[in-house]
Structure formats: C-alpha cells, structure tokens
Design a protein around this ligand. Structure first.
Ligand code: HEC
Length: 139
C-alpha cells in the first residue's frame, strides 16, 4: 500500500513537471510568435519609410540634406547614388562604423561627424534603418 502511494506520488510529480514544461514551451512559442510579428512590422517598407521621413525632419537632417540640391551636405540623391555604386551601407556609416565615401573633404566630414557623435548615436538600430530606407526611397 505504502509503495503504491509512493509510486502514485511519483507519477503525479512527473505529470505535473510535464505539465509545467508544456506551459513553458507554449509560453516560449507565443513569445517567439510575438517577436516575429514585431519584426515583420518593423520591416514593413512603407511604415519604415514614413518613420524615416519623420526622423529626417525631426532630427534636422533636412537642414543640410535636400532631396535634389546640395545645401551644406550632399543631396540625398547624390548620397544614395554613391552608396549604390560603391555598395556602401548607410546604417553602418550612421553608426560610425564605416568612413565617409560621398564627400571626403575633411572639413565636410567633420561637420557630419559632429552630428554622428552629437545625436545620431542616440538613435536605435531600427530608427537608423528607417532613415536609410527613407533616403533610398527619395526619387
Ligand atoms: C549641419 C549639417 C548636417 C546635418 C544636420 C546632417 N548632415 Fe549629413 N552630411 C553633412 C555633410 C557636410 C556631409 C558631407 C561629408 C560626408 O560625406 O561625411 C554629410 C554627409 C552625410 C552622409 C554621407 C556620408 C558619406 O559616406 O560620405 C549621410 C548618409 C548623411 N550625411 C546622413 C545624415 C543624416 C541621416 C542626418 C540626420 C540624422 C544628417 N546627415 C544630418 C552635413 C550634415
């Protein structure tokens, strides 16, 4: 009798632990799905471009970068053209991980570098990707 109670207890323990594991697995699955959906939303090209456009204005990029004309910095179109031609990575440049390739005049580079060091570094990876998506969308 004692033995069977023990066995029953053991079986019950195993079952509960299995139940817990299932719960954990389901929780993980749900979390993974949520993450996937979040990523999809972030990767939505239209939303990204709209966000990038907003940031481009809010973060004062427009002061120095016009779509077509050189103001203080090169035009957006000129930047994108060079990045396309040279297979450059805009996000990397904005993260300060790759050097300037559009205008390498030290004085000009210093102006842009001041922005990178000043406030661009506070933008998230998603925000930088949105800025790059917007710049690439300018026609
Ligand atoms: C005060 C003026 C100024 C502001 C504001 C400014 N830039 Fe620039 N930017 C420049 C100048 C000048 C250059 C040319 C030097 C260079 O190419 O690095 C430049 C170059 C660039 C380049 C080309 C880099 C390369 O490879 O040569 C990118 C991309 C860029 N800016 C993006 C931005 C974005 C995005 C913002 C807003 C977050 C911004 N800039 C704000 C002046 C500015």
């Amino acid at each position: 009798m004692r033995k069977s109670v023990l066995v029953l207890g053991l079986v019950a323990a195993i079952f509960t632990s299995c139940g817990d594991k299932k719960k954990e697995e389901v929780k993980k699955e749900v979390e993974t799905k949520v993450e996937e959906v979040k990523k999809e939303v972030a990767a939505d090209p239209v939303d990204n471009i709209a966000l990038g456009k907003q940031l481009f204005t809010d973060k004062t990029c427009t002061t120095c970068h016009q779509p077509d004309a050189k103001v203080i910095g090169p035009s957006i179109k000129d930047i994108v053209k060079v990045y396309d031609e040279q297979n450059g990575n805009l996000v990397k440049f904005l993260k300060g991980e790759s050097p300037a390739i559009v205008d390498t005049d030290p004085g000009q580079v210093a102006i842009m570098k001041a922005n990178l060091d000043g406030f661009v570094k506070d933008l998230s990876g998603d925000e930088l990707a949105a800025l790059a998506a917007y710049m690439r969308s300018v026609e």
